[in-house]
Design a protein around this ligand. Structure first.
Ligand code: SAH
Length: 458
């Protein structure tokens, strides 16, 4: 270990920043945020910095006398000889000193921070690679949600109460682990502190002080794991059980916790591995066993995903749940295929419909779908492609209207087949696209030639 990591309390203390330019300003602002009073010494001081409350401006060249009464020093001038003098004088007086971008002259270095005050993550590469530190910070950003601050404040608020109610320290640790990692925490993170508080009291009253199960209905997007949301990923890594079907791509299932139980409930046409009611019941019974269940759905759970039915059962049983939106196939597939769903010249509106055949027909409002200047996106439409095209033509859409069929969009197997209402059914017959496929109808399809950027390499 090259440095001792510590958090320095500078509230109300006088800190010195030598240098009044952009860098000095940034450093002074961090000090102010930590509650310090800041003396800025420089012949010229950034006017915005100068007028901040808590700043004492000394418009002068640096001299030793400005070190008086100072707790901590940052040198941020662009003159190394000045920085060096500051560093030597400070170190001779045992005042901690940091010289920006000059590790040799520093007695302490400033870490990169992730501020979720009162929770604070500070990290450093010991000055070896600021880029690496920044990348690490980016990664942490994704797993520590912004509103963790709230969670920390919530824990603080109930700290004393829990201490008096759960007197055994080992039990108290388990209590907090359970509360800060489960439903209560999720309630706080989604802004519902009132429910969180009620649950916390309930947990305190319960015999074992351990929380019971919950279900996360998570939209996993159309296939590319990069399209997951931060929240989806966080909950996937928290769940004890993963319930998924064949619309969820393998790399995404792999991103769930390694030791989590994985249950496949796949649904293919005419081969329902589990009926919807059975899936609903499975979720309920797993949660009742006290498990945290993530139900992964392709795309968005509330778009042709029967997400509503799954949570209806959970709600009826009083099981805590949350729904995490995902990128729906229409928007993921359209982006990757270079087809904007709306466009000033081609479409002012866009409708999503299901092309699922029932008794060999599609029950759709054809008049409405055939309107001009509109993009029609058809989910589950491959088997009804012929019907779709002929009905649209019959209801007035020109038979030269462009149409695209996208197979396994956003994945390495993405394939786009284009044609017109008149030609596509025969082309698709020949090309035999693999499920899942999405159909996009309208003028916007022509833009693809100019805009396609995603070229998968299977
Ligand atoms: N809830 C999902 C849709 C489920 S219905 C969502 O929001 O995307 C299943 C249909 O979605 C499939 O029949 C297909 O039409 C479409 N679909 C899902 N993922 C797809 C993908 N990667 N490429 C093309 N179509 C996709």
């Amino acid at each position: 270990m090259d440095f001792l990591p510590v958090f320095h309390n500078v509230k109300g203390k006088l800190c010195l920043v030598v240098g009044g330019g952009e860098v000095g300003k940034r450093k002074a602002e961090v000090l102010l945020e930590a509650g310090a009073k800041v003396r800025v010494v420089a012949p010229e001081i950034d006017p915005e910095l100068a007028k901040q409350p808590g700043v004492e401006n000394v418009m002068a060249r640096f001299e030793a006398k400005y070190l008086e009464g100072v707790t901590l020093i940052i040198a941020a001038t662009n003159d190394r000889s000045v920085n060096k003098v500051v560093s030597e004088l400070a170190q001779a007086r045992s005042i901690p000193v940091n010289v920006v971008d000059d590790p040799e002259l520093c007695s302490f270095i400033m870490p990169a921070i992730l501020d979720r005050s009162p929770l604070m993550v500070a990290f450093s590469s010991g000055g070896t690679s600021p880029v690496l530190t920044r990348m690490m910070r980016g990664k942490l950003e994704t797993i520590i949600p912004q509103n963790y601050s709230r969670l920390a404040a919530f824990a603080e608020r109930f700290r004393e109460l829990v201490k008096t109610r759960v007197t055994n320290p080992a039990k108290r640790r388990i209590f907090w682990e359970s509360a800060l990692d489960g439903v209560i925490a999720e309630k706080v993170l989604t802004g519902d502190e009132a429910s969180a508080e009620t649950m916390l009291h309930k947990l305190l009253d319960s015999e074992d002080n351990i929380e019971h199960g919950e279900v996360y209905l998570v939209g996993a997007g159309p296939g590319d794991p990069d399209l997951l949301t931060f929240r989806a990923l966080r909950l996937m890594q928290k769940a004890d059980v993963v319930v998924y079907d064949n619309l969820v791509s393998k790399p995404i299932v792999e991103m769930t916790r390694r030791d989590a139980e994985r249950i496949f409930v796949g649904k293919k046409r005419n081969d329902h591995t589990l009926q919807q009611e059975e899936i609903n019941e499975l979720l309920v019974s797993l949660a009742k066993e006290g498990k945290r269940v993530v139900r992964l759905k392709g795309g968005d759970p509330f778009i042709f995903g029967r997400g509503g039915e799954e949570i209806e059962t959970l709600a009826a049983e009083g099981i805590p749940f949350q729904v995490v939106p995902g990128i729906t196939a229409a928007s993921g597939v359209a982006s990757y295929a270079g087809i904007p769903l709306t466009h000033r010249d081609h479409a002012q509106s866009c409708v999503f419909v299901t092309g699922h055949l029932k008794d060999g027909t599609m029950n759709l409002d054809w008049e409405q779908l055939a309107r001009p200047k509109q993009t029609v996106v058809v989910y589950m439409g491959l088997h009804g492609l012929g019907t779709l095209c002929s009905e649209l033509i019959k209801h007035g859409m020109p038979d030269a209207t462009p149409i695209a069929l996208v197979q396994q969009g956003t994945t390495p197997n993405q394939r786009v087949i284009t044609g017109t209402l008149a030609t596509l059914p025969a082309i698709a017959e020949r090309e035999k696209p693999q499920a899942p496929t999405l159909i996009i109808v309208g003028g916007v399809v022509t833009l693809r030639e100019k805009l396609a950027w995603f070229h998968p390499h299977p």
